[in-house]
Design a binder for this molecule. Structure first.
Ligand code: SAM
Ligand code: SF4
Length: 336
């Protein structure tokens, strides 16, 4: 067998022939909400001493850019609760157009109104905002603490500042199934996109996710009876498949990891706030990049990234009916 020596700027390719061009970074596992499908009410968070410093996150991200990553998404937890996140956005924003095609963020929108202008200045042009219902009571129930007016206010402020906003909505049986059509109508009226997501078995929560699971093909059939939907070839670099609401600017995306596996085209890896690189959302294969960086310096990162590529699994094996979640860590740890 011939071994290929890792060359510093060789693109990242896994052993299934997929090129990795998309890095998601969880900048904090903390959050100011407690969405019921995401975490339990009494969630324990990492001690601050365990986190990567902002400088370390930037160094690792820049090594990924040198290795061909063209899209970075900052996520969490809630990225906007990390005090120094603005500095990170500014630093990574300098790479947009110079190696990086896109710097983006997924946020719960709570603090969006005050950050929107700075995000635009730093080069962010698109963001995803979680909004599981427009109904104040339902939104409060799902998020446990959320105020829907504050989030919609942040969304419209971001849009008015020039950021394209895509709403992320996890569809939940008995909670917001009937709120999908009104959400799509609102997105059409406000010039936003909407992506629907199936609930995934990641980390223990206070209820059984199987009780809330809704297969998206069912939701899609209902929506297509109410809206003129045409298949759209748009690729965002993520796992969604898209439709356009005809006669409008709005795209509808579906992320259906349970009913429609998309692993064949996976181009993503995820860095946790502790500096651990996970090569699949649904498996435990990982490399501790914080340890590598602290013990060997930047020089050690290339070999570590090559090693990670060799272990990236072919696909996740999510089963919503399994007795235990597919992995113990929550989406907030790996960054959604
Ligand atoms: N706090 C930010 C937010 O809510 O947008 C960013 C992090 S959150 C983990 C990222 C996305 O993951 C959100 O759209 C959220 O709805 C989704 N999410 C969280 N847990 C999930 C789960 N178990 N299954 C499916 N989606 C989940
Ligand atoms: Fe927080 Fe986002 Fe998880 Fe909701 S989905 S609890 S906002 S990290």
């Amino acid at each position: 067998m011939t071994t290929v020596a890792p060359s510093p700027n060789r693109p990242l390719q896994d052993s299934h022939g997929r090129t990795i061009s998309y890095l998601r970074i969880s900048v904090t596992d903390r959050c100011d909400l407690r969405c019921r499908y995401c975490m339990s009410e009494k969630m324990t968070f990492l001690p601050r001493s365990a986190l990567l410093s902002l400088e370390e996150i930037a160094i690792i991200a820049e090594r990924f850019i040198a290795r061909g990553v063209t899209k970075i998404r900052l996520s969490g937890g809630e990225p906007l609760v990390r005090r120094d996140v603005g500095e990170l956005v500014k630093r990574l924003g300098r790479h947009v157009g110079r190696g990086l095609d896109e710097l983006t963020m997924t946020t719960n929108g709570n603090a969006l109104a005050q950050h929107a202008e700075a995000m635009v200045d730093a080069g962010i042009r698109r963001i995803n905002v979680s909004l599981d219902s427009l109904d104040a009571e339902t939104f409060r129930y799902i998020t446990r603490y959320g105020d829907v007016d504050r989030v919609t206010g942040g969304i419209l402020a971001a849009r008015d500042a020039g950021i394209a906003v895509k709403i992320n909505m996890v569809v939940l049986k008995g909670l917001n199934e009937d709120h999908v059509a009104p959400m799509l109508a609102w997105c059409v009226a406000e010039g936003l996109d909407l992506t629907l997501i199936e609930t995934m078995p990641l980390g223990q929560i206070d209820e059984d996710r199987a009780d809330r699971f809704v297969p998206l093909p069912v939701v899609f059939d209902r929506l297509s009876a109410q809206f003129p939907l045409a298949r759209d070839s748009h690729r965002s670099g993520g796992p969604a498949r898209y439709w356009r609401v005809e006669g409008t600017q709005t795209k509808l995306g579906l992320i259906s990891p349970l009913t429609g596996n998309f692993c064949e085209t996976c181009n993503r890896v995820r860095l946790t706030t502790e500096g651990v690189l996970y090569t699949c959302l649904g498996h435990d294969d990982k490399v501790d990049l914080k340890a590598v960086l602290r013990e060997q310096g930047v020089a050690g990162l290339d070999a570590a990234l090559d090693g990670a590529m060799r272990t990236k699994p072919a696909r996740h094996d999510f089963d919503i009916d399994a007795a235990a979640p597919a992995v113990a860590r929550h989406m907030s740890v790996t960054g959604g």
